[in-house]
Design a protein around this ligand. Sequence first.
Ligand SMILES: Nc1ncnc2c1ncn2[C@@H]1O[C@H](COP(=O)(O)OP(=O)(O)O)[C@@H](O)[C@H]1O
Ligand SMILES: O=C(O)[C@H](O)[C@@H](O)[C@H](O)[C@H](O)COP(=O)(O)O
Length: 174
Amino acid sequence: MSKPAIGRDVHICVMGVSGVGKSTVGAELAARSGRSFGDADDLHPRSNVEAMAAGTPLTDTERGPWLDAVVAWLDERSEDTGGVVFACSALKRRYRDRLAEASAPVFFLHLTADTDELRRRMTERKGHFMHVDMLESQLADLEPIEADENGLEIPTSGSVTETVDAILARIRAV
Ligand SMILES: Nc1ncnc2c1ncn2[C@@H]1O[C@H](COP(=O)(O)OP(=O)(O)O)[C@@H](O)[C@H]1O
Ligand SMILES: O=C(O)[C@H](O)[C@@H](O)[C@H](O)[C@H](O)COP(=O)(O)O
């Protein structure tokens, strides 16, 4: 199978449930592919962060304005620097379809890990508002990337560097 070529204008979305490693893997991928990195978590309205911190899963309604803000942010970046790597849970197909409305194409990398490992990563991560009890609702909302989407599923059982190696072996980030 030929490797998808990700041009300079294409955004790379590192997606998946909380704690899977979107920010950690995304930052290393950005550094190694010469792109800038951003975290869509930083664009959640304060009310969304407060809800999640209090253990209340977000609804589609609450995620709507956040996704709008992420698209606006991507469109600004396209004009400034071209394609970026960004971490964004993008749990449902319809959220990814909304992100794909950005002015530049978006390529999705769906990071996966088994539930015990996700729990371990969330428990060991310090100083983050997202409690491990939210994992169940994150997994319930998750709609894995589908064959007709512009993206790939990437297992993360190895180290962060091994995951980035695996990504760069499967795409050609030009
Ligand atoms: N193989 C791995 N891949 C990604 N993260 C890992 C891995 N092993 C351990 N971790 C840890 O798991 C946590 C993942 O957190 P983070 O990157 O914030 O995830 P997310 O952005 O998906 O919520 C970090 O503390 C990271 O160091
Ligand atoms: O749509 C959501 O429910 C959120 O985006 C969620 O998936 C995300 O996990 C939190 O914002 C915490 O951020 P981390 O993914 O970095 O834990």
